[in-house]
Design a protein around this ligand. Structure first.
Ligand SMILES: [Zn+2]
Length: 501
């Protein structure tokens, strides 16, 4: 039997449409941009798919499925992944999609394409860029199948559903099943390519948004939903069952939860599954995200957490400026509060400010400097703050770019040029700041930090400082129709029919 030629690629970024910081080619180049043989090697069992981020992700899962199958010829195209931020520029989007399409054309006929997308990527001048990518590739493929995986925070729409043949979303939050979903999708994709199954797909689109990154898969209300979905996937004839809880700050007029089901040729069965899951989701719509304390109440909570501080550290998530959800990472409200009211606590802070880094880059370690930080990327929302400190460390780091750590007494400030995606202890320990010695480590992550900091973290505090990753910040977006909980709604079906078109 001739080998099945399987091409694979990724174009992924999660967009916070409220951020004015555009995502450009260098944002992919500095994080993850691999092509051809280099990409294939990175996805092989001994490779490292996304340096500093995740060892095995969707494309490793795809390669694993192909290796296990034993009759697959890989056609690695391009893989591009950037830190969540503002929308892609049109030029960047065109460049990335152009590379994937050129690679596909140069490879000659393939039997199937596997694509790892996010599902909540925005691009200036392109409506629904994830759907557009699928449409352009599907045009190349004709009747050969396209399989895609999306982030749990993706958003389904009629175009992306129509243009793809096999579709799966993560079933974990924080996400840790990238590779498992890539593998699952590829296994089904190979069966479709060989005519062993014929997917019948159905989906529903709910007029509701909920807590995004704060809704964890192992807690209510998500746990029973994921368990039910996995049980459906074990049933004969069911190829897949997925849920998408959307990215709250995405610029798409039909933002909301969506459900998706695939069966082997049974359209009515797929419809029933997607519908039942949608009903289950609608039933949990009143589980709203918790109210969070402001910066001063949060400082008091740290002060009261004596045991946590004595035995480890307190992690404080700046929930209004979550870089992992696309914020700029330059909100100074929390830093100002600690400078005014929290000088008795040893506190580590991240901040992104490329201009400040440049201003002090020529200074030596040990030297005292005075600069202004913050409020440069999104000056309408963030205020600059004047600070002084001694340079404790400086260097160039993968993903973070040029970095300077300042010793400001009890406050230690790590200033980065690139996205301050601070969610792992090595963000601090790599610049000589031991989390064990801190009363509080500020992080810019909703939940992944709890996994990475599990060893040191004795208490987690979420603080609301006012920014573009606040739940109610989503109210600034344009919705084409009423959406729960911003509007009163007691039925989802009418909206669903309109949203699906
Ligand atoms: Zn996500």
């Amino acid at each position: 039997m001739a080998k099945t030629r399987l091409a694979f690629a990724r174009i992924a970024q999660e967009t916070n449409a409220l951020s004015p910081v555009l995502t450009e080619m260098h944002d992919f180049e500095s994080i993850h941009l691999l092509e051809g043989e280099t990409l294939l090697q990175a996805c092989m069992p001994k490779g490292y798919e996304a340096q500093g981020f995740v060892k095995n992700a969707e494309l490793s899962g795809c390669v694993k499925a192909g290796l296990k199958d034993g009759n697959v010829e890989f056609v690695p195209l391009t893989s591009a992944w950037a830190v969540p931020s503002g929308p892609l520029s049109k030029a960047t989007f065109d460049e990335l999609l152009g590379r994937v399409i050129d690679g596909l054309k140069a490879a000659g006929p393939v039997d199937a394409v596997f694509l790892s997308l996010h599902g909540a990527m925005n691009t200036l001048g392109v409506d629904d860029p994830d759907a557009y990518i699928c449409e352009v590739i599907k045009q190349e493929l004709g009747d050969r199948p396209l399989g895609i995986t999306l982030d749990l925070h993706g958003n389904l729409n009629p175009r992306i559903v129509a243009a793809s043949d096999v579709l799966y979303g993560y079933k974990t939050n924080p996400h840790r099943d990238h590779a498992a979903r890539g593998r699952q999708c590829t296994e089904q994709l190979l069966r479709v390519a060989r005519g062993e199954v014929t997917p019948a797909k159905a989906w529903r689109s709910l007029p509701m948004i909920l807590g995004g990154g704060l809704m964890l898969d192992f807690l209510k209300p998500m746990r029973p939903l994921f368990r039910w979905m996995k049980a459906q996937e074990r049933k004969k004839g069911v190829l897949g069952c997925s849920l998408f809880t959307c990215h709250l700050w995405n610029n798409t007029p039909e933002l909301g939860w969506s459900t998706y089901a695939m069966t082997d040729g049974d359209q009515a069965g797929a419809e029933a599954l997607a519908e039942e899951l949608a009903e289950k989701c609608w039933a949990v719509r009143h589980e709203l995200p918790p109210e969070l304390p402001d910066e001063f109440e949060a400082i008091d909570q740290v002060r009261r957490a004596r045991v946590a501080r004595a035995t480890g550290t307190v992690c404080m998530s700046d929930a209004s400026d979550v870089v992992a959800a696309g914020s700029t990472g330059e909100n100074t409200k929390l830093l100002r509060a600690f400078m005014d009211k929290g000088q008795d606590l040893v506190a580590y802070f991240p901040i992104r400010d490329p201009q400040a880094v440049e201003e002090i880059w020529e200074s030596e370690v040990g030297q005292e400097v005075s600069i202004s930080v913050g409020g440069r990327l999104d000056p309408k929302r963030n205020d600059p703050i004047d600070i002084s400190g001694r340079i404790h460390w400086k260097g160039d780091r993968h993903g973070f770019g040029k970095t300077v750590a300042l010793d400001m007494g009890n406050i230690k400030l790590v200033i980065t040029s690139g996205p301050a995606l601070c969610m792992k202890p090595d963000f601090y320990s790599d610049v000589g700041l031991s989390p064990w010695k801190a009363d509080v480590c500020v992080v810019k992550s909703f939940f992944p930090f709890r996994l990475f900091f599990a060893l040191q973290n004795r208490k987690a505090i979420y603080v609301k400082t006012g920014g573009i990753t606040d739940f109610d910040a989503a109210k600034q977006l344009q919705f084409s129709r009423p959406v729960h909980p911003f509007h009163e709604l007691d039925d989802w079906k009418e909206a669903d029919r309109a949203r699906r078109g």
